[in-house]
Design a protein around this ligand. Structure first.
Ligand code: MG
Length: 257
């Protein structure tokens, strides 16, 4: 069942999203060669708590970190720790914030220094597919329009949509209905209505789409070892159109490249 939010509730989610957006900016600024993912995690947790929020991922089904930090061929759910960033890496950073009982969720893949042309293209495509999808988050459209927008952009650029990981509704719970696949047919699926809040999150492999889960039972990698990228916004469907509640534009990812 999709739980719709009132305009006041969407405003409260936007407060969580503002904290989250600032946190992403801080992490962006802290990503550099030599920094460990554990350090980034500490920076994020300290900031989120300083704002009166809680890191949504910490303790979620036992996840030990405040952020997910997933380098290179790791797609999502990387546990922050001793991994030291090096020039040429890409790093997917996913962060969730709970503020006054409302959750916001957003992710970005950042380049560390200069990265390869294929990495740069992967980041640009995945980011563009997110904004194509956000554009579809309006009343009168259907969920399949969102999914299809991601798939069309990604496949036109020669990359692969991961099938087995999906976006989700979000609100008081981090994962609510509906599930949002990143592939599908336009004009199908549930109608989008004002008050729906969606975490739209394309996850893309440079190679083939299959993934594998590592022995830590968290880290998800592309099965073929190809680079992977992940961009995500929390978006409200409103009468006026899509409203991004995690208003960090994520273009810093490309500027740094
Ligand atoms: Mg999410």
């Amino acid at each position: 069942m999709v739980v719709k939010k009132s305009p006041d509730e969407i405003d409260m989610m936007a407060e969580a999203g503002r904290v989250l957006a600032r946190c992403h900016q801080l992490i962006h600024d802290a990503v550099e060669p030599g920094a460990t993912t554990g350090h980034l995690d500490a920076v994020a947790e300290e900031f989120i708590r300083s704002q009166g929020g809680e890191p949504a991922f910490k303790g979620y089904r036992g996840f030990p970190g405040s952020i997910c930090a997933s380098p290179n061929s790791m797609v999502v759910h990387g546990i922050p720790g001793s991994y030291k960033l090096k020039r040429g890496d890409i790093l997917s950073v996913d962060i969730g914030v709970v503020l006054d009982g409302w959750v916001a969720d957003a992710a970005v893949t950042l380049p560390v220094g200069n990265v390869s042309p294929i990495a740069r293209k992967l980041l640009a495509t995945t980011r563009a597919s997110l904004f194509d999808a956000v554009e579809q988050c309006r009343p009168g459209n259907r969920l399949g329009d969102v999914s299809s927008a991601v798939q069309q952009r990604v496949e036109a650029d020669g990359f692969s949509i991961i099938r087995s990981l999906v976006g989700h509704g979000i609100g008081r719970d981090m994962h609510e209905d509906p599930q949002i696949p990143n592939y599908g047919s336009a004009g199908t699926g549930i109608p989008l209505e004002p008050g729906m809040v969606l975490a739209v999150e394309p996850m893309v492999n440079a190679g083939e789409h299959p993934i594998r889960v590592a022995a830590d039972n968290w880290s998800v990698y592309s099965q073929d070892g190809s680079l992977a990228a992940h961009f995500e916004h929390t978006v409200a469907v409103t009468e006026e159109g899509p409203r991004i509640l995690t208003p960090w534009h994520l273009q810093e990812a490309l500027r740094a490249a």
